[in-house]
Design a protein. Structure first.
Length: 163
């Protein structure tokens, strides 16, 4: 008896699905654009992480290169200058990829508003504010990682200034 009551309560609490008002071709087009935007977000995220790892590898290479610099202040200055340029470029790229992802998410929101009510309710499971906090926290950690690696590089080569 209790199982039937639970099933009846579930049926009553279930929201009726309101299908999309789009015609078949437009709906297919929206699904294609939706898939394209999600793929673009994935690609931009991958590029963002690769930019971070590439910059860190460059810093590692500059540290290794600085071991071969003997009493040459000009080369040490060049290594530091290159590290600052790489930091600026890497942070710019990561911010650019973040902006690209945000544009694609805007497209997803717009497309999602034209899909069925079930689709919209599933997308509303995670709030956009919470998602933004997660995204920007990761971006801040990436930027801090680049800056800390740059500081470590400068500290690593700073004894070469005194030689």
């Amino acid at each position: 008896m209790a199982v039937q009551e639970i099933a009846r309560a579930d049926e009553e609490s279930e929201v009726e699905n309101v299908p999309s008002e789009l015609d078949e071709l437009t709906h297919a087009e929206m699904r294609m654009l939706y898939a394209e935007s999600t793929e673009s977000i994935r690609y931009a995220k991958t590029r963002q992480w690769r930019a971070l790892s590439g910059i860190l590898l460059i810093f590692g290479g500059l540290m290794a290169l600085s071991r071969f610099i003997d009493n040459n202040a000009q080369l040490v200055n060049l290594v530091v200058a290159i590290s600052f340029l790489c930091s600026a470029g890497g942070i710019y790229c990561m911010a650019l990829y973040q902006a690209w992802q945000n544009t694609e998410r805007e497209k997803l929101r717009e497309i999602g508003g034209h899909l069925s009510s079930y689709s919209m309710s599933v997308r509303a499971v995670k709030s956009s504010r919470e998602a933004n906090i997660h995204r920007y926290t990761m971006l801040v950690f990436m930027i801090v990682g680049v800056l800390m690696a740059n500081v470590l590089l400068v500290l690593f080569v700073s004894p070469l200034f005194n030689q």
